[in-house]
Design a protein around this ligand. Structure first.
Ligand code: PEP
Ligand code: MN
Length: 265
């Protein structure tokens, strides 16, 4: 199988754009709001996370909300804002694709196409992404095994796209204290089983901002190639996932802690 370690012994390094790669020794930081809410919101957050050292701006334009009455995202306008502010700041862009029919728009506006946890086994979507030239950030499903997750990567690779980045974002367990349970050992497991780069999303795992810094340090310690973190300029008024979003200064502080840790490692 194309995703497996036996198929390729050397770690895969995925090129995100000119001068930016993931899968080497350097930790790639992706940060930004859960949802793109407005031009001003996105620009404020983007400038700040860029200054703090982030490489990639995250932002949802099509939001997979549990309730149909919750904010659904700015959709195509959100993608255009991401592209515009990515160009302004020099940050690469990652955003979640809701369905295969929007692939041309995502090809035009983002650098990394995110497959959300709820779509990890949308095989029709995975096949379509196998034809894409963009790197794919494949989140682990809400209750998926590591084997199922890697098989989903296989769908994308079998279609002809070798540029898959895995993302552990917490799984459903009996434990209710946190939103999900961060499976930190999944990083070790996929590095053993696969050559693909793997990152951690501590925000959706914990569901609360006050655990993000420590979980991020743990992610780097365990060997993750990067992090994707939710950051907001005004979390109390965020249209989605405010409770797990770091304020701008907290993200900056966390980056300092990660820098200190990189010296140790
Ligand atoms: C997100 O990144 O905002 C998101 C919805 O993530 P997940 O698919 O991991 O729930
Ligand atoms: Mn979110």
């Amino acid at each position: 199988k194309k995703a497996s370690r036996s198929f390729k012994r050397k770690d895969t390094v995925v090129k995100i754009k000119e001068g930016l790669e993931i899968g080497g020794n350097h930790i790639i930081m992706m940060a930004g709001p859960c949802s793109v809410e407005s031009e001003q919101q996105l620009r404020t957050i983007a400038k700040s996370v860029k200054k703090s050292g982030a490489h990639v701006l995250r932002g949802g334009a099509y939001k997979p909300r549990t309730s149909p009455y919750a904010f659904q995202g700015l959709e195509i306008e959100g993608l255009k804002l991401l592209k515009q502010i990515g160009d302004e700041t020099g940050l690469a862009i990652v955003s979640e694709i809701p369905s295969a029919d929007l692939l041309p728009e995502f090809e035009a506006y983002v650098d990394i196409i995110q497959v959300g946890a709820r779509n990890m086994q949308n095989f029709h979507l995975l096949k379509a992404l196998g034809k894409s030239t963009k790197p794919i950030l494949l989140k682990r499903g809400l209750a998926s095994t590591i084997e199922e997750w890697l098989m989903s990567a296989e769908y994308i690779m079998a279609g002809g796209n070798p540029n898959v980045i895995l993302c552990e974002r917490g799984i459903r367990t009996f434990e209710k204290y946190t939103r999900n349970t961060l499976d930190i050992s999944a990083v070790l497991a996929v590095k053993e089983l696969s050559h693909l780069p793997v990152i951690i999303d501590p925000s959706h795992a914990a569901g609360r901002w006050d655990m993000i810094e420590k979980l991020s340090l743990a992610s780097v310690a365990v060997g993750a190639h990067g992090l994707i973190v939710e950051v907001h300029n005004d979390p109390e008024h965020a249209l989605s996932d405010g409770a797990q979003s770091l304020k701008l200064n907290k993200f900056s502080q966390m980056m300092d802690e990660l820098d200190k840790m990189a010296v140790v490692l």
